[in-house]
Design a binder for this molecule. Sequence first.
Ligand code: CAA
Length: 261
Amino acid sequence: MTYENILLEQPEAGIYLLTLNRPKALNALSPATVKDIDAAIGVVENDADARVLLLTGAGEKAFAAGADIVAMQHMSAIAGKDFAASTMRTFRRLELLSVPVIALVNGYALGGGCELAMSCDFILASDKAVFGQPEVNLGVSPGFGGSQRLPRLVGRAMALELLCTGRQVKADEAVQIGLANHVYPAAELLVQGMDMARLIAGKAPQAVRLSKELVQRGQDLDLDNACTLESEVFGLTFSTEDKAEGMAAFLERRPAVFKNR
Ligand code: CAA
């Protein structure tokens, strides 16, 4: 499949790398770019051997500097609502993708770019990363989930400060407030992302997928139902060959060889 606005590569077996590829527009998310992301999610979703998806931006400056302001300038209210709704569906698909999705934020992640990063399972940032929700500078409110995911990640008070002021947050502060997990020198970000992807890819695949699903599905349930879901899924893993292998390998003091069965 060929894409106009992204690149989708498989640098190693099981590891996908999606690169937003409109560096001249700081990888701004146009409707066509979102369609490309959606198609790429479908490719990963349909690959039973997929283990991890990494997502980053082309060029030195940006992960994504937001929804495409050129595309939005003359949109009608209905077109604006449709753009937000369809992008929201794509971002939710990313969040519910069976394998972990890691954002490698290499520069500006503003507005829709920050919302895209927050739809990934976690964020690794370069020391050049800058996060923010500057929609209030443009006379709009967030449209791709920022008002919902930012408070869930950083708490209501900090989210409200960032949403209402449009203040930009550099990488170190992003880690401090719980938006990003780690910061790396810019030149090391992809290497560190690949190391993290390899680490995950070496674990029991079904256990990784189910762990993600438990967090994503469980966080909106009440504690009793969420814990019941966890115990049922835990039981389900006992039916896998990889559970037998993982426990046998531990007791025999050898590395486990997982087969995704
Ligand atoms: N949409 C379209 N084009 C964009 C863009 C965007 N969000 N952000 C940057 N660009 C374009 C610029 O127009 C410029 O294009 P030209 O070279 O053709 O003039 C090019 O990318 C480079 O940008 P700058 O010259 O502005 O680069 P800079 O280094 O001086 O500034 C920046 C970088 C601070 C990120 C600045 O570009 C900026 O503030 N961008 C807009 C950020 C923003 O407001 N994002 C939120 C969008 S609204 C949104 O996302 C709503 C939502 O929740 C769905």
